[in-house]
Design a protein around this ligand. Sequence first.
Ligand SMILES: [Zn+2]
Length: 411
Amino acid sequence: MPKARHLEYLNKKLRAIVQYAYKHSTAIKNKLDSVGLKPKDIQTIIDLEKLPITKKADLVELQKRNPPFGGFEGVPIQTLRRIYVSPGPIHEPGETEYEEIAWGQAMTAGGFRPGDIAINTFNYHMVPFALHMVDNSLHKLGCITVPTGVGNTEQQVHILRNLKANAFCGTPSFLLAIAEKAEEMGLDLKKDLNLRVGFVATEMLPESLRSKLEEKFGMTIRQSYGTADIGCLGYECVEKNGMHIPDDKIVEIVDPETGKQLRPGQAGEIVATTFNKVYPLVRFGTGDLSLLTETPCPCGRTSPRLAKILGRVDQVTKVRGLFIHPGQVDEIASRHPMIGRYQVLVTRLEHKDEMTFRVELKEEISRIETLRGEIERSIRDVMKLRGDIEFVPRGTIPEGAKKIVDQRTWE
Ligand SMILES: [Zn+2]
């Protein structure tokens, strides 16, 4: 759809779901009432700015007070097929007929086709992703699902081999575990297995891991992004240049402090609205950071794309009045291949913010002062701020450590 027509389509669907949800979901009614609005006040996506954002923590709290769904359900509970339980705990209602097409669009864009035999290695227990979203979407596409769930790596290899399964659904790290196990069993991943396409989600996908897996199996791997509450919010096409927003979702990128919508290219929180009548979340904050790009994609899809996921909103910090986020820290590190682990420390000295980029080097180098100057330039370039560099011994920064640590105290 051309952009203008798609916008019109989304606005029309927005008006309809707000009307519907106001009538059928007590939580959405309360949300509008809390700011003195009626459904007629929400005509377009820009009007969404008038509504508060529901954060995951709010959802947990509201569900605790008013179980099981906090009043967010838009249909009588008696009509549901399943109730899912996600960490939080958060309950998600599961309708009888799964109507969402977004994950199916994601799989299609990634090369899944009718008749493909897919192992679904996402966790089937309790949470909605594997059973509700992935399984139903594979069915919609006409693919055959082998509901293997996660774990039992050796058995997964046998299944892939015996069934000549050509499609994989799961996390990138689990696909790597399968690859390692199969090699350990003496198999040739390209000859003895038949994997052609992979749909990966729920985990970051480093490019190095993607190319390693694609090369090992001789397959194509595309990633998607979404949440258990609201479903798919982005997926890669063959071009691999960001994640297209599904046609039936509204995604805003907003300033984490003010909730105002940001322009393409500006980093902010991903806030989403779905048209699902069973669980009509309106202005739901994912807590993830990204930025939009609207440059045309050679694949022909006209939807805007999430450039990439930049980290969590709770790690966004203001230094000397400017926001910094984990994505920028990664960007700086990626410009210097000799950097191993890294982390930004924000401290306060005599009422002034100080920023220190801590760096572990992959190996000792001789021209360390040159590198210091180069990293300092990258920091200025990416963050528009001045920062100090501290080289620390390998092993100082724990694996999986936060990218930004705020050590300021405000007494
Ligand atoms: Zn595309």
